[in-house]
Design a protein around this ligand. Structure first.
Ligand SMILES: [Zn+2]
Length: 169
């Protein structure tokens, strides 16, 4: 085995522990906005990532058995990061269309898991899942502050981040 070969060098690796875990959808179309939002509005740059289809929605135990095991797996990974890195902050980001937004902006994983829901029903389900995911983390890790947002794309394709509590009627 060789240890030196053609390589790509970057700055020095830093051992500092990340300050937060971010749980978000793996959809490549939202990452650039998300990175900016995390840095500019939350001051979060050094964070652990749990990026999977559906993001924090994957924590919600659906009625569908096939997604129940994914939910436990995601919970195990999030717990591992919180404990291993002594994290005090979790940021959960759901994504989809705003009320007037394009259907193409709806999270594909929500379509997969809930094929029977309309776009508006899907947004309601995300709010429900968001509150449940936050409660689950707070119950197990009261020392962790949990902030939950929904990235919504509107009719003009503008991207907004809305605090989940502001969406609760
Ligand atoms: Zn998605």
């Amino acid at each position: 085995m060789k240890f030196f070969a053609k390589n790509y060098s970057y700055n020095k690796w830093l051992p500092d522990l990340p300050k937060a875990v971010v749980l978000a959808c793996s959809d490549g179309r939202i990452q650039e906005y998300q990175d900016k939002f995390l840095e500019e509005h939350l001051g979060t740059t050094n964070y652990d990532r749990v990026f999977i289809p559906g993001g924090p929605g994957a924590l919600a135990v659906g009625d569908q058995n096939e997604y129940k095991s994914r939910s436990s797996q995601v919970w195990a990974e999030v717990s591992f990061m919180i404990e291993a890195h002594l994290l005090k902050k979790a940021v959960l980001i759901f994504h989809g269309a705003a009320g007037d937004g394009p259907e193409a902006a709806v999270c594909g994983d929500y379509f997969r898991v809930h094929p029977d829901l309309t776009g508006v029903e899907m947004a309601k389900k995300q709010i429900e899942d968001a509150l449940a995911a936050k409660a689950k983390i707070k119950a197990a890790y009261p020392q962790v502050s949990v902030e939950v947002f929904r990235l919504a794309v509107d009719r003009q394709s503008h991207v907004q981040f809305i605090l989940i509590e502001d969406l609760v009627e």
